[in-house]
Design a protein around this ligand. Sequence first.
Ligand code: COA
Ligand code: AMP
Length: 636
Amino acid sequence: MSSYRSEYQRSIQHPETFWAEQAERLPWVSPPTRILEYDEQGHARWYADGELNLCHAALDHHIEQGRGEQAALLWDSPVSGGKLRLSYAELRDRVARFAGALRDLGVEQGDRVVIYLPMVPEAPIAMLACARLGAVHSVVFGGFAPHELAVRIEDAEPKVVVAASCGIEVDRVLPYPPIVRAALEQSAHRPEACVILQREQCLAELGEGEHDWATLEAAAAPADCVPVKATDPLYVLYTSGTTGKPKGVVRDTGGYGVALHYSMEAVYDMAPGEVFFSASDVGWVVGHSYIVYGPLLRGCTTVIYEGKPVRTPDAGAFWRLIAEYRVKAFFTAPTAFRAIKKEDPEGLHLKDHDISCLKALFLAGERLDPPTFHWLKGMLDVPVVDHWWQTETGWPIAANLQGVEPMPPKAGSATVPVPGFDVRILDRSGHDAPALEQGSVMIKQPLPPGCLSGIWRDPERFQAAYMAAFPGYYLTGDAGYLDEDGYLFIMGRTDDVINVAGHRLSTGEMEEVVGGHPAVAECTVIGIHDALKGQVPVGLVIPKDGFDGDEATLERELVARVREMIGPVACLKQVLVVDRLPKTRSGKILRKLLRHIADGEAFGVPSTIDDPASLNDVHEAMVARSLGSAERARQQ
Ligand code: COA
Ligand code: AMP
């Protein structure tokens, strides 16, 4: 039997033994004796009686093992011109002092801290400082607007908010304090303090309750690690669901640590001392798992990049970083490479850099489309690994496991289920679908360590969103199929979640924002194909009776509204005004059909449609805006 098969089978047939062995790799304060238990709703709880501190496992432990002088973090910021190397000892010292500063502000074990920071070294420092105290961090992505930040603050009820004076995009400096202050005005919850990291590109004038990071850190005494239970929350990370309210994914501490440590070895084939570069953002799950915790738990060096794949300064930026820092494994989203391919289709920039250090390239966040896969394969001499996972799971569900047994890749497939994940394709009636038949991708319980332990303070939503569809299975929300060789193909979401340039967004949430405009009677937002970003949202609205404004103005207002309330990352740029929307007789908008029309795909008229003529209206409106034509479909 192949090494992958035997490892996988062992993990599924004997999960307790498998994960008890993996747990031995972490430095526990009190090692677990109870490995797997179930709560009253039947959800797996890993390592219930274990105690540890993940900041200790990520930093102090390596220093104790003699890695104090090794680089823990390499920061590279073309947008600010900054670079920084922090050894494990230096990083631990800064983390311990900032933890002391948070403690001075009253932060204790179990308290929440919201972190709204760009890709600066202080982002992992703040996260690890929370972990050191046993406090729960909740990082919010910088591209979200005040309203989104407010929703998260209200739900997480942080004692402290940590922000920077600004973020830096390619062509502009974005002051953050006005966003934080606006969010706090909208939120019913008030934190006790805000900490502001001053950046020279835009110094902030501090107001009441706002403290300067550097002053606090300089004055604080270093804090020790507080041991916590394995099942205590390490963080809450909000992600888009089907409604306007994002879901606060709760991550436990022990299971997450064990899973990440395992994945660094099994999936990414990383050893202590090697350099891992994940070009994402700390505001996303990739940032949590594979910029901060994963590499550090494994004793690797992590690269923190404040820049873009292109325009900072050019399409050779990733190659430059890989060569300069001798990166062994590189991880990004396919959209980033589509942006590079657009600017440098021949890969000319690659020739300026010696990337012989690179041993594998990993892609996730959206499906690695076959053209981008082939382009990368043609250019690079290393495995190009598409791997599939989600905020909820925290680590890969399917991958080509470089540290267990690399397999021949298949374009469009995330390869095989990762040990621990019993992946099933279920048909509508909940039976296993045969090979090659598309169905709902489910994970049979128990979920392995590292996956979400709940939705923050909302056990009903956890149950309803993930566990209720088919008892005994976790619903991933993705559709896909397994082929005869057991390779998994993920084909897209079954809900209202879309992926725009690797950013997970909810069309349901955008519909709430668009529908809140006083002139809108009814609306829908769909995700359509985009050659660069994978998907982009498009709105369709029916104005209220008596609307006599002009359509272009309404469109501009709706685009601005989504940008103001959700943020620039939402990328809603087009809104079409229509007289009616195609619906079923029971009044459900036929979104899938609308997507097919917009993407220029062939579509049939469903028998359940209430008013078939509405399809022509919508089609005409789309063609008038260069959507829905066969020409566009060819361009995709
Ligand atoms: N803070 C503030 N604004 C941000 C932001 C941040 N952290 N990130 C993005 N934005 C803004 C951008 O400036 C842009 O604003 P604009 O509409 O005024 O131009 C808008 O949000 C859309 O950004 P984006 O979707 O990133 O488009 P882009 O054209 O700037 O860049 C890519 C396109 C493909 C280069 C970029 O999206 C990218 O690098 N994607 C990879 C994403 C990724 O790594 N995801 C993590 C999953 S692994
Ligand atoms: P996020 O929670 O932001 O990581 O987004 C998770 C969703 O992104 C998944 O449910 C998928 O729909 C999609 N996704 C992520 N990685 C992949 C991949 N490798 N292949 C296909 N879809 C992916």
